[in-house]
Design a protein around this ligand. Structure first.
Ligand code: NAD
Length: 499
């Protein structure tokens, strides 16, 4: 029996220990040490969380939007004040460097800040005098109980995408964090309660597939936000929508960078290396595929040289550039893909397999790896590796590079590096990808916009945060009011009314 601390559930404003017999170990990926245990919540515990959210909805939806938002104002301050602690929890459970973990918290914090504008964002539409004394207006109302299912790679940002706007719009929430990184969500919820979020507005259940299927099928849950892999996300989208729920599912990625010969060489190589290997390549917006156009191909050897300079190590060490991967299975899978890629014709320009980090012998490290000559059909191209592996290829023209990207199954993010406005304009117009960076490697949109995806990277059509979130978390009611009733309807008529 492990003696590691047990991660609690949050039900109706109280942190409670699950009575489950099934507990999963949470590891520090840099050492392999078990740092916590997380339960597969019991059916009655999951029911209790949804009941708490359903009960809380009755008063929360009647709470004035300004008051709901005031809680988030306090919460965003508390997140800021506790940034270092939140980052340390992320590094301990997820492995990314402390600086990167602060970025994770910060990008979620920005969405919390944005949620403080909910009163403005929820405004409806009005059209006066569509007939004598008659006006039409639409109002946005919350849905009820909403649920979030989060991945391991952004333990702070993605839950904050979900429950902050979910609750300021008047809904109540049930979060299921990734079972690999549950600690950050616990701390965020403590801060939300400290900020004054009433009991039951935010609840947390833990678990794997059973908990997910419960969320997809429970009749009281009205909407589900999911971020994670295609395997889970497609299942959740199908099961959730079949049970009448609104579902937004942000899925996997293969993000291409196109490097034009006129790009700034030094800045581009640095940007590519940072975006491919940062967070050990475990970002949905990692630039895992570089396409060098024309003479830019001469720069390829520099990528491997620059990548080899990155320091692999534990995320809590100051000089670490690349932390560990999340699990031994994830590392072994990535290693196997690299091996298969080479067997099937790719060239290994830099091999990070088997890297050792002194003092962290139990860690799951994988050094920066560069594969060249990677074409569709090769596993390094066809799979989302989700590891510090950059695959490289060349194309003769921008048209060919765009054709390659548009034929890929995913459409999450991409970037072009160029000094030509015309090339950039053509790229942004023709590429079928949700997020486009122009001389910017990881174009995660700020929260006044939405996180958009295309093709295999998304299921559902209402995006996370920004205006999309208001659409997702509310339903529109349209009212036609007639304050000239007597005058307008002084004779009986069986004809379809027209205005
Ligand atoms: P994952 O799909 O394994 O897990 C995500 C969540 O789904 C977890 O809470 C997990 O418990 C649950 N889950 C896992 N497998 C399941 C299954 N078969 N059935 C039901 N539920 C299941 O994803 P991950 O490994 O935690 O995260 C990495 C993936 O997330 C990558 O594919 C990455 O591209 C993607 N991602 C996408 C975005 C985006 O916005 N597009 C952002 C971050 C991560």
């Amino acid at each position: 029996m492990s003696t590691a601390p047990k991660v609690p559930l949050l039900i109706n404003g109280k942190f409670v220990e699950s009575k489950s017999d099934i507990w999963y170990d949470v590891h520090n990926p840099a050492t392999g040490e078990v740092v916590a245990q997380v339960p597969e919540a019991l059916p009655e515990e999951r029911d209790a969380a949804v009941k708490a959210a359903s009960d809380a909805f009755l008063t929360w939806k009647e709470t004035a939007v300004q008051r709901r938002v005031r809680t988030m104002f306090k919460f965003q301050q508390l997140v800021q004040d506790n940034m270092d602690e939140l980052a340390a929890i992320i590094t301990r459970e997820q492995g990314k460097t402390l600086a990167d973990a602060k970025g994770d918290v910060f990008r979620g914090f920005e969405v919390v800040e944005h949620s403080c504008a909910t009163a403005q964002l929820m405004l409806g539409d009005t059209l006066e005098n569509v007939a004598n004394g008659t006006d039409i207006y639409s109002i946005r109302q919350p849905l009820g109980v909403c649920a979030g299912i989060a991945p391991f790679n952004f333990p702070a940002m993605i839950p904050m995408w979900m429950f902050s706007l979910g609750s300021t719009t008047g809904n109540t929430y049930v979060m299921k964090p990734s079972e690999r990184v549950p600690g950050c969500m616990t701390r965020l919820a403590e801060l939300a309660l400290e900020a004054g979020l009433p009991a039951g507005v935010l609840n947390i259940i833990h678990g794997k597939h059973e908990a997910v299927d419960f969320i997809c099928t429970d009749p009281a849950i009205r909407a589900i936000s999911f971020v994670g892999s295609n395997r889970a996300g497609e299942h959740i989208f199908d099961l959730g929508t079949r049970h009448g729920k609104r579902v937004q599912s942000n899925l996997g990625a293969k993000n291409h960078a196109v490097i034009m010969p006129d790009a700034d060489r030094e800045a581009t190589i640095n940007a590519l290396v940072g975006a491919a290997f940062g967070a050990a390549g475990q970002r949905c917006m990692a630039l895992s595929m570089s396409v060098f156009v024309g003479e830019a191909a001469e720069w390829i050897p520099e990528i491997a040289e620059r990548a080899a300079e990155l320091k692999v190590g534990a995320g809590d060490k100051e000089d670490t550039d690349v932390g560990p991967m999340i699990t031994p299975q994830a590392r072994e899978r990535a290693e196997a893909i690299v091996t298969a890629a080479v067997e099937q014709g790719a060239t290994l320009a830099l091999d990070g397999r088997g890297v050792k980090v002194p003092g962290c012998e139990g860690g799951d490290f994988f050094g920066p790896t560069v594969l060249t000559g990677v074409e569709p059909g090769n596993p390094a191209y066809d799979e989302e590796i989700f590891a510090p592996v950059m695959s490289v290829t060349t194309r003769d023209s921008l048209d060919d590079a765009i054709a390659l990207i548009n034929a890929n199954q995913y459409g999450n993010g991409c970037a072009i590096f160029t000094q030509s406005g015309a090339a950039a304009r053509k790229f942004q117009h023709e590429v079928d990808v949700g997020q486009v960076g122009i001389n910017l490697p990881i174009p995660v949109p700020l929260p006044m916009f939405s996180f958009t995806g295309s093709r295999g990277s998304i299921r559902g059509d209402i995006n996370f945060y920004g205006k999309g979130a208001i659409q997702f978390f509310t339903q529109v009611k349209t009212v036609t009011s007639n304050w000239n009733f007597k005058v307008n309807a002084n004779t009986k008529s069986t004809v379809m009314p027209t205005l």
